[in-house]
Design a protein around this ligand. Structure first.
Ligand code: ZN
Ligand code: ZN
Length: 255
């Protein structure tokens, strides 16, 4: 399995993009602004988008992606998410005011966009890869995803703060090769992290102690301008037995 980091920041700016992770060439985990860096040919290979939650930084590009590919798509792009997330997208994005409802274009029977509801614990099989939805703890209903092949497992936390559901689930896996987990804030913003339900290094360090695996660890969703501070705090808080990565758009991991 290949994991390509398209966007991994909490915001935007030069070379900084919001959450979007391309698995192989056809599975997208979240559709933040990083998707906009792909070529048309690369975008056309995306068949499935798994969305962690309804926040703008994770869904912003879906409307533009579908519109851009409209006349080239031979089959619909399928967006997988919780019911609450799909409802939010339909109500607030594809409502004919912000954007057309592409689930009925060019026709209801042959639309370019389809939503498929998943529930916590559901596993979606895709040509030798399976994608499992895992509950996390964010300010809106939110999930993590684990992508598994026969010999590798990649987990992406989406947005979350302290929880047991994710870590308990990961401990049931036989292995964990790469984990992308957020630390949106530095420790001085711990109050904000608690209110907005994100991690800061101190909160994440406490949860990492629950994990029995030692995967490659990519830290995502860093607040623009505080990347160095947050990564320094992570290194101090986690201890030095972690293979820690500050992610950047364009990074590729082969698992
Ligand atoms: Zn969020
Ligand atoms: Zn976010």
């Amino acid at each position: 399995m290949q994991v390509r980091i398209l966007g991994c920041s909490g915001g935007i700016g030069q070379k900084v993009r919001t959450s979007s992770y391309l698995v192989d060439h056809d599975i997208l985990l979240d559709a933040g602004t990083g998707v906009g860096d792909l070529t048309l040919e690369e975008m056309l290979q995306i068949k499935h988008i798994f969305i962690t939650h309804s926040h703008m930084d994770h869904v912003a590009i879906i409307p533009l992606l579908v519109d851009t590919l409209f006349s080239s798509l031979k089959q619909p792009i399928i967006v997988h998410a919780l019911k609450e997330t799909i409802d939010a997208l339909q109500t607030h994005f594809f409502n004919w005011t912000i954007w057309p409802d592409f689930t009925e274009l060019p026709s209801l029977e042959a639309s370019v966009l389809k939503f498929e509801e998943m529930k916590i614990g559901d596993v979606y099989e895709l040509n030798g890869r399976s994608v499992e939805m895992i509950e996390v703890n964010h300010i809106v209903p939110a999930v993590a995803y684990a992508v598994k092949t026969q010999n590798s497992i990649f987990v992406y936390s989406g947005d979350t703060t302290t929880n047991d559901s994710l870590w308990d689930k990961l401990n049931t896996y036989p292995r964990l090769d790469l984990m992308v987990v957020e630390s949106a804030f530095a420790n001085h913003d711990i109050h904000l992290a608690n209110v907005a339900r994100h991690y800061c290094p101190e909160l994440l360090a406490a949860d990492l102690k629950k994990l029995r695996h030692k995967p490659k660890l990519g830290i995502s969703h860093l607040k623009p301008g505080e990347e160095t501070l947050i990564m320094d705090e992570c290194r101090k808080a986690f201890g030095d037995d972690w293979d820690l990565h500050q992610l950047s758009s364009g990074d590729v991991f082969q698992l």
